[in-house]
Each structure stands twice: as C-alpha cells, then as structure tokens.
Write a protein that binds this ligand. Structure first.
Ligand SMILES: CCCCCCCCCCCCC/C=C/C(=O)SCCNC(=O)CCNC(=O)[C@H](O)C(C)(C)COP(=O)(O)OP(=O)(O)OC[C@H]1O[C@@H](n2cnc3c(N)ncnc32)[C@H](O)[C@@H]1OP(=O)(O)O
Ligand SMILES: Cc1cc2nc3c(=O)[nH]c(=O)nc-3n(C[C@H](O)[C@H](O)[C@H](O)COP(=O)(O)OP(=O)(O)OC[C@H]3O[C@@H](n4cnc5c(N)ncnc54)[C@H](O)[C@@H]3O)c2cc1C
Length: 549
C-alpha cells in the first residue's frame, strides 16, 4: 500500500503546491480521504528527463473557456504513470500551454504547465471520453503499483483546471504570471519534484539499514572454516567480509544523518519558501537522492553475495529489496541527470563568488576552501601519517573539500576553454564525467560534514566514542576509495596513502567488534527485516521451519 499512497502524495502535492485556493477548496478533502485517487502525469514515451521537451498540449479555447488536452503523437503518450492503470480518477497532466494569438502565428507556446484532468468516471470508474488507458505491464519490481499509459484525444477541461499558482490565463486568453521569466516558472513547477526526491533519499537509507542489518547479523552467525584443530570462526572475522560490510555500515550511519538534515531543510523550505533555500534544497535533494540510491543499489548486491547461497533465498529478502529499490535510481529524476543539477549549482555559486556574490548556505565552505585550494598542497602535512592526524575531523573534511574545490576550479577552466570551440552544450558534454565526479565529491563533503556535526553533538559519551569510530571509518574509506585523486595532486604522499589504507582496515576490524550494537541501534523490528537469517535469535531454526522442517 506504501507506494500507491506515495503516488497520491505526488498527485495531491502537485494540486496543493502548483494550484491556488480554488483548487484547495475543490480537491483537498477528496485527496485527503482518498475519494479522489490521482496520479502525476509528467513522463511521456519519448521524454522523461527532458521535461521542457514534453509534447502533450493544452490549447485554450476562448469560445468555450476550456483547455483541450491532446496527445499529438505516440511519443507524447504519458507513460509509467503510477496509479493510472487501475485506481486513478484524476491526473495532474504536464502539458504545453498553447494560447491563441491574433497575429499570423496564430498560437503561442507558453511552455510546460500543470492541469487537473479527470480520467475516470467517479461512479462507473470507466475512462472518460477521449481518454485511453493501458497498463505498462510487468516490471522488474514494484509490481504492487499500477503504472499506466494515457493517451488524450481532444479532452476538454475547464479553464479553472489550470494549476495557476505560477502562471494563469484570463477569460480572454491573456497570460499573466507572478514570476519574471519562463525559466523561473519552469523551476517553480519542477519544485514539486523535490519532495519526492527527499522521500526517496530518506527511504533509500532505510532500505540500506535493512540490508546491512541482515548481512551483518548473518555474517556474525555464520561460521565457516577456522584455524587447525580449533572451532570454526564467524565469517565476519574474515578481513574480506569486514571490508565488504563495515565501510557500508559506516556509510549507512553517514547517510542517516545527512538525509535527516535534508528532511529538516525541506520542512523549513516548505514553511519559508525562501528562494535561496529553494535552490539549495533542490541541489541538495537532487545530489543526495542520486548519491544515496546509487550507493544503496550497489550495496544490495554486495550484501546478497556476502551471505552466500542463503542470501539468494527469496525469504531472506535481498532479491525483492534489490528489485523494488532499483528504480529509485531513475524515477523522480534519473541519477545521472540529477547529479548535473548539483554540478550546475556549484558552478553558479562559483561564478557568483568570482563576481563578488555570496555562496548559498550549503556551499559556503567553498568560499573558505577555494582560498585553501589556491595554495598548493603542503608537502609536510602531505606526509603526516599518525593515527591522531588521520582521525582528526579537520584533516578529513579539509581533504574532502580540497578535492571538491580542485574539481570545481578545474572544470570551470575546462568549460570556459571548450565553450569557445564547442559551444556550451558541447563543452558541458566534453566535461560531463568531470562534472559528475565534482557533484559526487561535493555530496560526500556535505555527508561527512553532517556526520561530524552529529558526532560532536552526541550527548552520550560512550555512544560518541562509537560514532566517532564509525565516522572515521566512513571518512578514511571514502578517501581511500578515491586515493588516486589525492595522490595525483600530491595532497597525500605515498606513505600517507599506505597509512590511510592500513588504518581503514584496522577501523573496519574495530567496527566489527561493535557491529551487533550498531545494527541493533537502527531499531528495526523483526517484521521489518523479515529475513530468517537475520533474526536476533534462533535464526537457523526459523529458517529450517520456513522450509518445513
Ligand atoms: C517528503 C515526503 C514526500 C512523500 C514521499 C515520496 C517518496 C518518493 C516517491 C515515490 C514514488 C515515485 C514515483 C515516480 C514519480 C516520477 O518519476 S515523477 C516524474 C519525475 N521526473 C523528473 O524528475 C524529471 C527530471 N527532469 C527535471 O527535473 C528537469 O527536466 C531538469 C533536468 C532538472 C531540467 O533540466 P533543463 O531543462 O536543462 O533545465 P535547467 O536549466 O537545468 O533548469 C532550469 C532552472 O530550473 C531550476 N530547477 C530545475 N529543477 C528544479 C527543482 N526541482 N526545484 C527548483 N529549481 C529547479 C534549475 O536550477 C534552473 O535554474 P537557473 O539555473 O536559475 O536557471
Ligand atoms: C516504476 C516507475 C514509476 C514511475 N512513476 C512515474 C510517475 O508516477 N509519473 C511520472 O511522470 N513518471 C513516472 N516514472 C517515469 C520516470 O520519472 C522516468 O523514467 C525518469 O524521469 C527517467 O526518464 P526516462 O525513463 O525517459 O529516461 P531518459 O531520460 O531517457 O534517460 C535514459 C538514460 O539516458 C541518460 N541521460 C538522459 N539525459 C542525459 C543527460 N542530459 N546527460 C547524461 N545522460 C543522460 C540517463 O542517465 C538515463 O540513464 C516512473 C518510472 C518507473 C519505471
């Protein structure tokens, strides 16, 4: 039931956030009590990421004071629309607003706007006149959701059905808007997607907690081989198993704090509608959704393999978790596309810095570290390898931020250079991998900063020691994961690189010793993990009972 409700949150959210009081008055109660189940019809067969290229049209008819909704070709068929195939009675349809002009052109295209379109009869539940609905068919996962395809043939809706918070059409067909440009209107319209991205980032961490809990508990329970003439050891005693799972457990904690902070920022944004915060939350939600869901998708396969054959039993959940979560990397905005929003925002901030502007609240560290960046790496500190230094949060955060600053500065130079010969689109594409690395590097810096804050504000001394250990493992594992970048710019000398690798392996061993407490702290009840091999007690007997012994 979780996902159909979520689709209603997209339908309901779009009406509440893109509409005005008249829409709240007419639809709020029905949305709230599910009398009006609806769907969010943005994606088309030919376009998903590129919203500005959507082809469905909404043409204003001044004679009847209506919009005519049309699917001009098969490429414009609305596709993947959750709740459309079975339950939905309404759709928020994203279409190009076309207004009549009384010149030779005859019509002006005002860009993508959102419209409420009833799609099924309230009583008979049959598709309404001009509306053709089909099911998109069986999917890799999330088959509890009825994703449908919608074709519109001259479907007439009242002018009032335009969700007119950011742009409106008067009775005589004149367009007016409170926003200064089509770009600002487009940004505001897309703002509706941010809530879903916040939700996806947050729920992806929950999936990661479940997977890490199952794999960790099973790895402590499972014994295989041991020293000669001695009892077998638990597989989590193997350095390789620790390397697979303990940095992942550390990342799970890191993402928990970062996405909790994102939800808080999102809530503040919904209250204040502060423009700078809107842009900040857009970039942060896009970045965290992309980074966390990609990491979780990879981790689900690592956990499945780390549990051997029993990880492949459906009852132990890795298959359904992997299949249901996989689409988190695509819907609500494809990860590759969303990371580019982060890079674009960083470049905007960078340019404004060098034009004397100030950085938005999340990126203000760039102002400081850009200056740090300008001074070449310190050859002395590049060789420091002591544990106190490597576990110092200042060293860790400076390293992450130094990398981001260098990536930002170097890609800005490359874009400027390539734009001269390739134009901005060509230059962007020539630097695309660099831009994606920049975005991920920045998001890792934000995640670490939030984790360090959480450690420093932890009220309980023993928990703080444990969190500090986990945070140090997260930081050093991420630096080791990209050690090539740090070595290429001599930010880390060879001896320091070796020390970082050695220490991160030792910290994985130390985290292994508190792994039970760390996963228990997620406080996941058994009916949520629902994997016999992860039960806190009698796991094997629960498992044998499951198959009938
Ligand atoms: C919190 C609880 C919520 C409830 C829980 C929800 C759980 C999760 C939901 C589960 C169900 C999910 C079901 C799936 C639903 C869907 O998939 S719905 C469809 C999703 N589709 C997309 O996300 C489309 C992706 N594409 C885009 O977002 C845009 O096309 C784009 C790629 C970002 C735009 O690219 P482009 O045309 O190149 O324009 P730009 O120049 O990049 O942008 C123009 C300006 O607009 C600003 N902007 C863009 N997006 C936003 C935004 N979301 N918010 C604010 N601002 C935005 C951008 O920064 C540009 O601004 P300027 O630089 O100032 O011009
Ligand atoms: C289960 C499910 C539920 C969904 N629910 C809804 C819903 O309720 N409502 C709705 O409107 N939509 C919904 N969608 C659609 C979803 O939002 C789109 O699939 C998503 O936005 C991606 O668009 P696309 O599939 O057209 O992929 P495309 O945009 O075609 O992208 C395909 C690939 O090309 C790459 N690519 C595209 N553009 C670029 C670029 N500029 N740079 C680099 N690489 C690029 C992407 O990385 C991606 O890997 C759903 C989809 C699924 C599968």
């Amino acid at each position: 039931m979780f996902f159909p409700l979520l689709y209603c949150s997209l339908w309901g959210g779009s009406v509440m956030n893109l509409g005005t009081q008249k829409h709240k008055d007419k639809y709020y109660d029905g949305i709230d009590n599910l009398d009006y189940p609806g769907c969010f019809a943005m994606t088309e067969l030919h376009h998903g990421s590129n919203v500005q290229a959507l082809q469905t049209t909404a043409s204003f008819d001044p004679i009847t004071d209506e919009f005519i909704i049309d699917t001009p070709n098969d490429g414009a068929i609305k596709w993947w629309i959750g709740n459309a195939a079975v339950h939905g009675k309404f759709a928020t349809v994203f279409a190009r607003l076309k207004l009549p002009t009384y010149d030779t052109k005859g019509v002006s295209d005002m860009g993508v706007h959102a419209f409420i379109v009833p799609i099924r009869d309230m009583k008979t539940h049959q598709p309404l006149l001009g509306i053709e609905i089909h099911d998109c068919g069986h999917k890799v996962g999330l088959n509890g959701v009825d994703n449908g395809a919608l074709r519109f043939r001259s479907v007439r809706i009242p002018r009032d059905n335009l969700l007119n918070r950011f742009g409106d059409v008067s009775r005589d067909g004149k367009y007016k808007s409170s926003l200064p440009s089509a770009n600002k209107r487009f940004a505001a319209t897309l703002g509706e997607l941010v809530g879903g991205r916040v939700g996806l980032a947050y729920s992806s961490v929950s999936v990661l907690k479940v997977a890490a809990t199952i794999a960790t508990r099973y790895s402590l329970l499972r014994q295989q081989f041991g020293p000669p003439n001695q009892p077998e050891v638990s597989i989590l005693d193997y350095q390789s198993q620790q390397h697979k799972l303990m940095p992942m457990l550390a990342s799970t904690y890191a993402f928990h704090f970062a996405t909790t902070n994102l939800v808080e920022k999102y809530s503040e944004m919904k209250k204040t509608h502060d423009e700078e915060l809107v842009a900040d939350v857009h970039a942060l939600s896009a970045g965290l959704k992309a980074y966390v869901t990609s990491y979780t998708a990879k981790s689900l396969s690592i956990c499945r393999e780390a549990c051997g054959g029993h990880g492949y039993a459906s009852v132990n959940r890795f298959g359904s978790l992997r299949n249901d979560h996989d689409i988190f990397q695509t819907f609500e905005g494809d990860n590759t596309v969303l990371l580019q929003q982060v890079a674009g925002d960083l470049l905007k901030q960078y340019q404004s810095k060098f034009k004397g502007g100030t950085f938005a609240v999340t990126w203000n560290y760039l102002r400081e570290s850009m200056n740090t960046y300008l001074s070449q790496p310190n050859p002395v500190t590049a060789r420091w390898e002591g544990e106190d230094h490597l576990r110092n949060p200042k060293f860790q955060l400076d390293a992450f931020r130094y990398r981001t600053s260098r990536l930002l500065q170097s890609v800005a130079v490359r874009l400027r250079k390539h734009s001269k010969s390739l134009g901005s689109f060509g230059a962007w594409n020539r630097c695309l991998n660099h831009l994606l690395t920049l975005a991920e590097s920045h998001i890792e810096s934000v995640i670490l900063a939030k984790f360090i804050e959480a450690v420093e504000s932890c009220p309980d001394p023993s928990s703080q020691v444990a969190l500090k250990l986990v945070c140090d493992l997260y930081a050093l594992d991420r630096i080791w994961n990209d050690i090539g970048t740090y070595r290429n710019v001599d930010y880390v000398a060879p001896n320091k690189a070796k020390a970082i690798h050695k220490l991160s392996e030792y910290l994985s061993f130390q985290v292994r010793n508190i792994a039970t407490e760390l996963v228990n702290a997620f406080d996941l009840p058994d009916h949520v993990t629902r994997a016999p091999i992860a039960m806190k007690s009698e796991a094997y007997s629960q498992y044998t009972q499951h198959v009938g012994f």
